[in-house]
Design a protein around this ligand. Sequence first.
Ligand code: 3PG
Length: 392
Amino acid sequence: VIKMADLDLAGKRVLIRQDLNVPLKSGVVADGTRIHASLATINLALEKGAKVMIMSHLGRPTEGEYEHKYSLAPVANYLSALLEKPVRLEQNWLEPDFIPVEVGEVVLCENVRFNIGEKANNDDLAKRMAKMCDVFVMDAFGTAHRAQASTHGIAKYATTVCAGPLLSAELEALSKALDNPARPMVAIVGGSKVSTKLTVLETLSKKVDQLIVGGGIANTFIAAAGHNVGKSLYEPDLIDTCKKLSAEAVSRGGNIPVPKDVVCGKHFAENAEAELKAVDKVTDDDMIFDIGPKSAAELVEIIKQAGTVVWNGPLGVFEFSQFGEGTKEIAMAIAESDAFSIAGGGDTLAAVSKYKICDDVSYISTGGGAFLEFLEGKKLPAVEILEQRALE
Ligand code: 3PG
C-alpha cells in the first residue's frame, strides 16, 4: 500500500476519508478521541502544501436527507479549535458551484451518509467523489470494514490513492499484536454478549495462549460451568458453544478461566448495593455485575506474564463504581505490564480513559467494529482495495 507520507502533495487537491464519527451531547463533541487521532494526518497534508478536504460519516442518518442532528458542524468547530484555523463545512461539495479549496485551507465535507448511494457503494457517487481530488487518502481505520462509496468505491476511481498515517499505524500495531505476537499472548474479551463476539472468541481462542472472558460473556461461561447465574444477563442458547470453546482450550493444554467470585446486585442501577459472593452462591434474584477480587487477582497474574495483550470489552458494569473494580484491576495490570498491549472498542476506550491508562497502553485503536473484524481475521475491504490499487 502506498503511504501518504511518501507522496508529493504540493498544490494537489487531497481528499482524506477519516472516521470522525464521534459521540455528541447537546450538539457538542462529547469525546474527541477520534478527532485528535486524525489531526496528525491533516497537519501532514497541510505541511506538504495540499488543498485539504476531509470527509466522514456521523451516525446513521436516513439517506438522501439532510438531518441537522447528524451534521458534522460540531466536528468542524472542534477541529477548527484544534487546528487554530477556520474549517469550512461544505454541504454541497459534490455540486458544480462548490468553491475550490485553496492551498493551506481545510474543508470538511458534510456527512457522507447524507448522499444517496454512500452505503450501497454506488459507482456513480464514488466517481463523483473521485473527481473532486487528485489524491485520495484513506485514513478511516474505524470505517475500513465498510465497503461504501467514500471508503471503497472512491478508491477504485481516484487517480492516486494511498493510506493515511493513522490507518497505517493501526494496521501496523494490530499486525504486530496478531500476526507475530510476543508470547505468551493474552486476549481479554468482555462486553455483554457472546453472540456479537462469537467469531472473535473462536478466532482468538485458536491464536492466543490464554483467553480471558468478562462481562455478560463470562456469565454464559459461568452458566456453562454449571452454576446458577440468577437474573444475570447471559445467553442460554450459547451455553453449548461456551462448553465447546472451554473444552477446546483444555485440549490445547490451557483453559478459559471461570470467575471464582463475583459481585452481584439485585437491580441494574447506579445505587444498587454490591454483594461479593462465591460463584456457586449466586441466588435466583442475583445479577452478576463484576468479577470478585480473587478472580481479578488470578487474571492480573496471567497479564503479568504476558508478552502481548489484546483487550476488547469491560469485565463488568464499570460505569457504576461499585461494579468497576474488576475492570479497573485489569486496566491497571495492563498499564503496568511490559507486554505489547492493544485496546480497542468504544466501551474499552471509555474504561481506558476512566482509569487514566491512555499513556500506558502500547496502542489504542480508534476502531470499534473495524477492530473486531480485524481480530476476527477478516480482510477490511477499504484496505484491500488500496492493496489492489498499489499493484497497478
Ligand atoms: C464506528 O463507530 O464503529 C464506525 O464509525 C462505523 O460506524 P457504522 O457502524 O455506523 O458503520
